[in-house]
Design a protein around this ligand. Structure first.
Ligand code: TCH
Length: 324
């Protein structure tokens, strides 16, 4: 399972949890402006926007899971197994392999509006990166400070939804996740009052009772509701530290602890990493399951006019701060 979210304070933030039972070997990869981008079916881009994100790097090519470009447009791919359906290559359209959807959009679009226009020209195809890495069944969240959309390629065709809650999890399809929120409109951060019956003397006996009924399990639909409630009500001051910390607290509401979601005998899905990027500043923050200390990689600290992919191994060792 995975969860992605957007968050606005003074700056615009976005990120995700990557929940799975094994790692493909991730790195934080910065693609500078002159890294030659060879698309599988849509030609080559020698110069483009720079981007930073989490990727499985193979043959010096970043297979991005999530990323943001230097213009502040961000994007993340989350599992959509059983629903995602990609097309065959067709003539006279712009064919984009699912593994290159993130760099295809982020290398060319400076805003969500530009992304929406480009997506109209796209035919998302099933071409795999190679035989060992077949097409991943995903759907995507794309956002900048102006708004957020969800993109789902299903058997009926390509669906682009406005995403007013700025959240994505996994199955079912996004329209069903949004509809399900209707069931929870009574949830509130305020204490409830007795609407049950005037004849009964019902009282609040604990704080937090306004959110009684908020689903606590790890299913995708429940995580959607829980993180949406948390995000929509979370209050943060506007400094970078307070905003980033608050963002990690929001995604903390849906993190997966080892042992609670068994996917096979003795195999457990865990939150392998959680990311949060400041879209305006191009800083990619992350924590991992074993390293809760927030680590930052700033794209503007490297020469963004370069040609070489720069990647940093995901730091995974906890460092305790020894106070005495
Ligand atoms: C497994 C990851 C999604 C995690 C997730 O959503 N878990 C939910 C599980 S469940 O549905 O609820 O059961 C996805 C997200 C991004 C994916 C990777 C990226 O798409 C980049 C390449 C794409 C290649 O086609 C396959 C390898 C790959 C390296 C993908 C492997 C895997 O499918 C990843 C890592």
């Amino acid at each position: 399972m995975c969860t992605a979210a957007t968050y606005q304070t003074k700056d615009f933030y976005m990120g995700r949890t990557l929940d799975y039972e094994f790692s493909y070997g991730e790195k934080i990869a910065i693609m500078p402006r002159n890294y030659p981008l060879q698309f599988r079916h849509d030609g080559k881009k020698i110069t483009h926007y720079a981007l930073i994100g989490m990727a499985h790097v193979i043959d010096d090519y970043p297979l991005y899971y999530d990323a943001v470009n230097e213009k502040g447009l961000g994007m993340a791919g989350l599992n959509f197994v059983g629903n995602a359906c990609y097309n065959d290559v067709q003539e006279n359209v712009r064919n984009v392999a699912q593994y290159e959807f993130i760099p295809w959009i982020l290398s060319q679009c400076a805003s969500l509006n530009e992304a929406k226009k480009l997506i109209k020209e796209m035919n998302l195809v099933k071409t795999p990166y190679n035989e060992q890495l077949p097409a991943a069944s995903l759907h995507w969240i794309i956002a900048d400070k102006s708004g957020c959309i969800t993109v789902e390629s299903v058997k009926e065709g390509l669906k682009v939804y406005e995403n007013p809650v700025g959240i994505l999890t996994n199955n079912p399809a996004f329209d069903k996740q949004m509809f399900n929120l209707n069931n929870y409109m009574f949830l509130s951060p305020k204490q409830p009052v007795n609407m049950f019956s005037k004849e009964l003397d019902l009282k609040t006996y604990s704080r937090g009772m306004g959110a009684l009924g908020l689903p606590g399990d790890l299913s995708s639909m429940s995580r959607f509701v829980r993180v949406a409630f948390t995000k929509m009500n979370a209050k943060s001051k506007s400094s970078e530290k307070e905003s980033v910390n608050q963002f990690f607290h929001i995604l903390g509401s849906v993190e997966q602890q080892r042992g609670c979601c068994e996917v096979a005998e003795e195999k457990y899905e865990i939150t392998i990493y959680t990311s949060c990027w400041n879209s305006q500043k191009g800083i990619y923050y992350y924590t991992t399951y074993d390293r809760r200390q927030i680590t930052a990689v700033n794209m503007h600290k490297i020469n963004l006019d370069g040609q070489q992919l720069i990647s940093y191994p995901m730091l995974n060792d906890e460092e305790f701060y020894e106070q005495n």
